[in-house]
Design a protein around this ligand. Structure first.
Ligand code: HEC
Length: 157
């Protein structure tokens, strides 16, 4: 191989190396510019997951016409505490259909704690019981309204 041939070979190599590095440089630069304009484009996978989760969560605790759709409970102060503590073991229907006063709710809760592994509710107990007696007050079934405006008369024997 003559000196000239070796020289040509090096020039050729240099030419390719330069071409490859320039291309890489341009592509990387382009990507960097693109990334700085629109960073979320590159983590599209992560973003779809985030979207799915937030949509599911929206539906999960959806309120429609004042009713918490998933459980059927009335939306009011204390709803979250009731949903989180009272719908894990049985349906919320069991809670809704039992209308009790404060004392009976507290003793039902105590009964569940003693026999059904219900946990200590802490300060949530008052919130839950208040929610229940406010939104599902005891029904006075079978009791007629007190009589009023009665014209009493004397019996004449
Ligand atoms: C650890 C599980 C568990 C949790 C949490 C729980 N319960 Fe219960 N509860 C039960 C079981 C078990 C029964 C009996 C179910 C049956 O008889 O079919 C029951 C029964 C009831 C009953 C019916 C009682 C009766 O006399 O028939 C009511 C009302 C009730 N629960 C309300 C609640 C409320 C309110 C909460 C939230 C503070 C709650 N439960 C949380 C386990 C639980």
């Amino acid at each position: 191989m003559s000196n000239e041939e070796i020289f040509k070979k090096y020039i050729k190599k240099l030419y390719w190396l330069t071409t490859i590095f320039s291309s890489l440089f341009i592509v990387t630069g382009g990507l960097l510019v693109f990334y700085s304009v629109n960073p979320s484009f590159f983590n599209f996978k992560k973003e779809t997951t985030v979207n799915t989760v937030s949509v599911e969560e929206d539906d999960y605790d959806k309120i429609e016409n004042g009713i918490h759709v998933r459980t059927g409970l009335i939306e009011a102060e204390g709803l979250t505490a009731v949903v989180n503590n009272c719908t894990n073991c049985h349906s919320a229907k069991l809670v809704i259909q039992n209308r009790m006063n404060k004392e009976r709710w507290n003793s039902t809760i105590r009964w569940m704690q003693e026999t059904q592994n219900l946990w200590d509710l802490g300060k949530n107990q008052e919130i839950i019981v208040n929610y229940l007696i406010t939104n599902y007050p005891p029904l006075e079934v079978g009791r007629r309204a007190t009589l009023s405006n009665i014209d009493w008369y004397e019996l004449n024997n």
